[in-house]
Write a protein that binds this ligand. Structure first.
Ligand code: HAM
Length: 430
């Protein structure tokens, strides 16, 4: 026998059944996708689908060269002519904006877009952290005012309620100000951190010179005290940023949305300004952030478009669904309504015709394939979790009738003329 080939580390299969170390099934996932399609429509968002592969330069320019995502985690390779560097997308915002600029989508009006699909980051895999993971994201492009900041938060809260996980998520918010405010804060921060340079770990010492804001994000317990006492960005905000932030918070208060202000929340991607936020949970171990986002008012221009103040977020589908699976409510039932069985001369074709009639009337039908004994066919029907069985054996085939059986036992078994099978099933189902 040949050696089996395994899937790539950190990249999951979605199966019809639960796996020991990965509980999400394809039908659970599909049920979530249906919820997402209705949810985005409720808020007036249009879907966008972009390629999984983009020019590496897109991510370098938007996410930032010094970020972990671009610096360490991207799957990058040369195209065959060796001159063009390509990467698997590590997130969706950059691709979405690239497409909007390329097709001039915001020319006449602001845009509200959503997307869903696989993203790739070469991180160390663990529960809730994968190398191929999936995001649902939205981007609201061309909206400068804080009302949209509050609306997209309310949109998240709406989804958490629908999925039954609102009680397990905490909203953290912060304001990163504008470029000048961040620069003034950065100078003060570097000055402060330099006093402690010898006490910093390697990561923080490197970030001190490349991305000092991220030092505040350190998970190292020994550095918490230093990070806690560091100059706070919020104290460097000017009037306009402060007003934006206050108006945003007033709307959240008015909508009854509870939040925690976290002055150290900085996010791992460079394009943010003003509002940033994360929804976190204490139920998934280290991988606490289920959804994150914020404003990126300068990014469209950075990518060659017109100045377009914008905001968005993305949620990790695996993390979200692990939470929903354990604590929430999402019904995923892909079992057939009717299992059709046949036995004896001429019954296969007749049964196929009945199955077609049932399907045309909107029933989900699994027809038995092959010529096993009825006993074995019943076993398969039970395995399929179908609600009803329809049997065409020789006597039914000869008399133009069908035998129906309620596999959940409520209605027993009956034989009716074939013309009555749909009415009979409807009556039983009601
Ligand atoms: P992000 O925080 O990098 O933001 O990712 C968003 C979410 O994707 C995270 O909160 C997490 O749930 C999930 N995620 C990230 N990495 C992994 C991983 N390795 N395994 C499993 N889940 C993961 C962004 O990507 C921004 N584009 C969000 C955004 C949209 N900002 C504005 N618009």
């Amino acid at each position: 026998m040949s050696r089996k080939i395994q899937s790539v580390k950190g990249m999951n299969d979605l199966l019809p059944i639960e796996q020991k170390d990965f509980k999400l099934t394809a039908s659970f996932w599909q049920a979530f996708e249906e919820v997402v399609a209705r949810w985005t429509l409720r808020y007036g968002y249009q879907q966008i689908r972009t390629p999984i592969v983009e020019q590496t330069g897109l991510f370098v320019r938007s996410i930032g060269e010094e970020t972990d995502v671009v610096g360490k985690e991207m799957y990058t390779f040369s195209d065959s002519n060796d001159t063009l560097s390509l990467s698997l997308r590590p997130e969706g915002t950059a691709s979405c904006l690239r497409a909007v600029v390329e097709h001039n989508l915001t020319y006449a009006a602001p845009q509200k877009l959503w997307y869903m699909g696989p993203m790739f980051r070469r991180e160390r895999p663990q529960k809730g952290r994968y190398r191929q993971f999936h995001q649902v994201g939205i981007e609201a492009l061309g909206f400068p005012d804080p009302d949209i900041d509050a609306e997209i938060i309310a949109m998240c809260a709406d989804l958490w309620r629908e999925l039954g996980i609102a009680d397990y998520l905490t909203l953290e918010i912060n304001c990163l100000g504008n470029r000048e405010e961040r620069a003034a804060h950065r100078t003060a921060l570097v000055e402060y951190l330099l006093q402690y340079e010898t006490q910093l770990d390697d990561d923080s010492r490197r970030r001190l010179h490349t991305n000092p804001l991220r030092v505040l994000d350190t998970k190292n317990p020994d550095l918490q005290e230093i990070a806690n006492r560091a100059p706070r960005l919020i104290d460097f905000l000017g009037e306009a940023s402060r007003q934006h932030h206050d108006a945003f918070k007033a709307l959240l208060d008015g909508l009854g949305i509870v939040y925690v202000e976290n002055p150290r929340l900085v996010r791992g991607l460079d394009y943010y300004n003003q509002t940033v936020f994360e929804w976190t949970t204490d139920k998934l171990g280290a991988q606490a952030t289920v959804c994150g986002g914020g404003r990126y008012d300068g990014l469209m221009e950075e990518l060659g478009g017109q100045p377009t103040p914008s905001i968005g977020f993305a949620m990790g589908i695996e993390r979200l669904l692990l939470l929903v699976h354990e604590f929430g409510c999402l019904k995923a039932d892909n079992s057939p309504d009717v299992y059709v069985m046949q036995q004896g001369e001429g019954s296969t074709l007749i049964a196929m015709r009945y199955a077609a009639q049932l399907r045309a009337a909107g029933w989900n039908v699994l027809q038995h394939s092959g010529s096993q004994k009825l006993k074995n066919q019943f076993k398969r029907a039970d395995q399929s979790k179908a609600r009803f069985a329809l049997i065409v054996a020789e006597s039914e085939a000869a008399s133009g009738s069908v035998t129906l059986k309620d596999l959940q036992g409520m209605h027993g078994q009956t034989t009716v003329p074939a013309e009555q099978m749909i009415n009979q099933l409807k009556e039983w189902k009601a």
